[in-house]
Write a protein that binds this ligand. Structure first.
Ligand code: AMP
Length: 199
């Protein structure tokens, strides 16, 4: 393996997959976020689409997954169905050698499919705020054992009016969770959310 990703203490299967994908070197956000998340820290990343932020948070999450658990180990909250699907696909790709079970949930999709997948066991859930809350209220999505929560494109979620939903979702997770927040801009309301929910 020749990739610069060797310098992170990631599982060999993840480094191999990154190598197979042809990523030669980490992007700046990956160089900063991957070691911080592997060290267990909360992170705020100010970043745009195209910066490589998805791999930046996905690789540490995948590295820390335990196989065969019945509970959700990680949650990613995204503003739109398109982004939720894109992130879930990326995690599935990065985690293909470790057999990660990723589920995207979003409005407009029938509940029964999402519910039966959740009942079978899912490692990572990626979803839009409204549907995540619906599944929590139906008692089929339990987040109390999620070790890591990612808020992706937080400023988009703010402008779409999702902040109260995000707070309600975070209130269902353990206070010992690791939290990572990514946003192109960091308006006051996002900083207040971070101050309340992040270390
Ligand atoms: P993102 O900003 O996460 O949406 O990623 C943007 C694009 O960059 C995606 O198509 C990734 O596959 C690609 N990408 C992410 N990290 C790297 C890297 N280190 N080297 C090359 N391409 C990358």
């Amino acid at each position: 393996m020749t990739t610069d990703f060797n310098r992170f203490d990631l599982q060999p299967q993840l480094v191999q997959t990154i190598d197979d994908l042809g990523y030669a070197a980490p992007t700046p956000i990956q160089s900063t976020v991957i070691p911080a998340m592997l060290a267990g820290q909360d992170v705020i990343g100010q970043s745009q689409t195209g910066s490589g932020k998805t791999a930046a948070f996905s690789l540490p999450i995948l590295h820390n997954l335990k196989s065969g658990r019945r509970h959700v180990q990680s949650l990613v909250v995204a503003p739109t169905r398109e982004l939720a699907i894109q992130v879930a696909d990326a995690m599935h790709t990065y985690g293909r050698q470790i057999g990660v079970r990723v589920l995207a949930v979003y409005g407009g999709q029938p509940y029964n499919l999402q519910i039966s997948r959740l009942k079978k066991g899912v490692d990572v859930v990626v979803g839009t705020p409204g549907r995540l809350l619906d599944l929590i209220r139906k008692n089929v999505l339990k987040l109390d054992q999620a070790a890591t929560v990612v808020l992706d494109e937080a400023d988009e979620m703010l402008s779409m009016g999702f902040i109260a939903d995000i707070e309600a979702i975070l209130d269902q997770t353990s206070s010992s969770r690791q939290t990572a927040l990514f946003s192109a801009t960091l308006p006051q309301r996002i900083l207040r959310l971070a101050a309340k929910y992040m270390n």
